[in-house]
Ligand binder design. Sequence first.
Ligand code: DQA
Length: 144
Amino acid sequence: MKSVLVIHGPNLQMLGRRKPSVYGRVSLAAINEQLRREARRLKLKLEIHQFNHEGKIVDAIGEAPGRHHGILINPAAYTHTSVAIRDALEGAALPAVEVHLSNIHAREGFRHNSLTAPVVAGQITGFGPHSYTLGLQALASLLK
Ligand code: DQA
């Protein structure tokens, strides 16, 4: 069975309470439950983490080769700032999909650029919690 590392970036532990007008009222626990259901259907194993610290994300990505076959990541604010996460994804060289709940291209200018998008297979942005299920489906097809 193929294994997928799921990484939720900073502040996503507050989902459901944080700016519901932008991020909705669904909690991170509910998103993870939805991901686990979809993973069972797609016959994938998941390891899910939420990290607020950039270095922990870099560590997890760096340890992924040999343990996981693909990465599903919402780098959150680090999307727009982190050369370190970008380089970690590039170095790990595993199929990866970037997801965002909100449509980052329809928001403030500083969110339009993703440093990570060029080193992942693709980006899914703007579908709320459904972005994660779409991302997992995209990754599943890459891992076939
Ligand atoms: C986000 C978008 C980012 O710009 C923001 O910093 C987040 C969440 C999203 O899922 O819509 O924390 O990645």
